[in-house]
Design a protein around this ligand. Structure first.
Ligand SMILES: [Mn+2]
Length: 471
């Protein structure tokens, strides 16, 4: 009998980024990470995701940490493991599109400070929004540019759609491709079809990223691996399951002794898990880790929206004392999504569709109030939509204004120089201008705090207007 060809599946570990972002609102401080990273470095992960997404914002805003300093400390400890980050295309790690010069500088500084793999995605899957970022990553000798497609369901999202996108990503010069399933919508047998199709259309390594929210994720990985996926994203068990990823140890043991055997040692993984378990217990005790997030949320499958979007809708309705409208809003979400060209629902499109759906229901009339963001989508400022937008709504929102069809960032003038000027004397390192670009107010507050720590002066006395700082 011919021996089955071995094809070890690679493991991308998320505990230092997505896992704690999904379960404890990105609140794991650097000091919780550092004592274990030398051991993590011995495991043999394909990569460790440790930066991007909300980590940058949470560092500055809540933890009073410099995100760049965190990255440098992690880099110093991870001597052989690749470090990975998540990058929102032209939006970098922020919520608005930036000029190309800022995107390029951010990529350069990320790599300089220790990032090996940059995972880049766009909420519209408009590859033009990823171009400048991919190009910048390609310029860096040791960086890998991975393009991630935001996974979603709908009539237009056929196997052919994903195959064409994969081909286009390969032609862009990306080093690998990822299917990013934010909501856990990819069902096991659909994964077989999708991964088989992708492996037919591209020679690039294919990675699968999903969340346990809907309860199917580990089965989805099993089928994806059997269909030839190269890398899966998992989280060490203390911060796995629920809204996070399937558990690393479980997936490793699942494939033990099969052609997909990862070769990772359960003993070494156990040491890492033992380290994080008391911190998990503490988070449960403090209320930072809400047990609700650890269960199965079947509504994500019923309504096909990400779990995070559901909780946003709940809180938006609560502030308007319209909690009883929850199911009406859920019914309205697919209508708004269709009017806006059926985009995937991921930051920021999920917020745009969700907020508009809330207005449509609460105002008692559809599009009585049109948000600025809804208008921007209709104007093409977020990029090309998968399906055409509703032409009547577009006319209503834009009037005589012509929608754009070119790459949205072509309209944004270089802005690095202006940002440098605004930052002024607060600058202590080159990277500060990038923190400031992403979160102006939050970064400025942090810089004042940083100064106050050094000088013992009251941060509230800082003179932001003139760029002077307490001495
Ligand atoms: Mn994720």
């Amino acid at each position: 009998m011919a021996e089955i060809q071995k094809k070890p599946v690679k493991i991308m570990e998320t505990i230092l980024r997505d896992a704690h972002q999904s379960l404890i609102a990105t609140r794991m401080p650097t000091e919780e990470m550092l004592p274990i990273i030398e051991k993590m470095d011995e495991v043999g992960y394909h990569a460790v995701e440790c930066w991007g997404g909300a980590t940058f914002d949470a560092c500055l805003r809540f933890l009073k940490e410099d995100p760049w300093e965190r990255l440098r400390k992690l880099r110093a400890g991870f001597k052989k493991t690749k470090l990975q980050m998540l990058f929102r295309g032209q939006n970098i790690l922020g919520y608005r599109p930036y000029a190309d010069d800022v995107v390029e500088y951010f990529v350069r500084k990320s790599v300089e400070n220790g990032i090996d793999i940059i995972r880049i995605f766009d909420c519209m899957n408009d590859l033009r929004n990823l171009e400048s970022c991919v190009r910048a990553a390609k310029k860096e000798e040791h960086a890998e540019a991975q393009v991630a497609l935001s996974y979603t369901l709908g009539d237009s999202y056929t196997l052919d759609y994903w195959m064409k996108k994969a081909k286009a990503i390969e032609e862009m010069g990306a080093d690998s491709i990822c299917i990013k399933d934010m909501a856990g919508l990819l069902l096991p047998y659909r994964a077989t079809e999708l991964i088989t199709a992708l492996k037919e259309s591209t020679d690039l390594p294919v990675e699968l990223h999903t969340h346990y929210t809907s309860g199917v994720a580990s089965m989805t990985y099993l089928k994806a691996v059997e269909a030839g996926v190269d890398i899966i994203d998992t989280a060490m068990s203390p911060f796995a399951l629920g809204t996070s990823q399937p558990a690393t140890e479980v997936m490793v043991e699942t494939f033990r002794g099969t052609p997909y055997d990862t070769g990772l040692s359960l003993r070494k993984l156990e040491e890492v898990a033992d380290y994080f378990r008391p911190y998990r217990d503490q988070c449960l005790k403090d209320g930072l880790l809400n047990p609700t997030n650890l269960g199965v949320n079947i509504k994500t499958l019923v309504y096909q929206v990400p779990g995070g979007m559901l909780s946003n809708l709940t809180s938006q309705l609560a502030t308007q004392h319209a909690e009883d409208k929850f199911y009406e809003v859920l019914e309205e979400v697919p209508n708004v999504r269709k009017d806006l060209g059926n985009p995937p629902l991921v930051t920021p499109s999920s917020q745009i569709v969700g907020t508009q759906a809330v207005f449509n229901v609460v105002m008692g009339e559809r599009y009585k109030m049109i948000t600025k963001e809804t208008k921007d989508v209709l104007a093409g400022r977020y990029g090309e939509t998968t399906d055409p937008v509703n032409p009547d709504l577009q006319k209503k929102a834009l009037g005589d204004e012509e929608p754009i069809t070119h790459r949205p960032a072509d309209d944004i003038a270089p802005e690095l120089e202006t940002l440098e000027k605004e930052l002024g004397a607060y600058k202590e390192q080159d990277e500060d201008v990038l923190s400031y670009a992403l979160f102006p107010q939050v970064a400025m507050d942090y810089f004042k705090y940083r100064d106050a720590q050094k000088t013992g002066m009251d941060a509230s006395k800082a003179d932001t207007e003139n760029g002077a700082y307490p001495v």
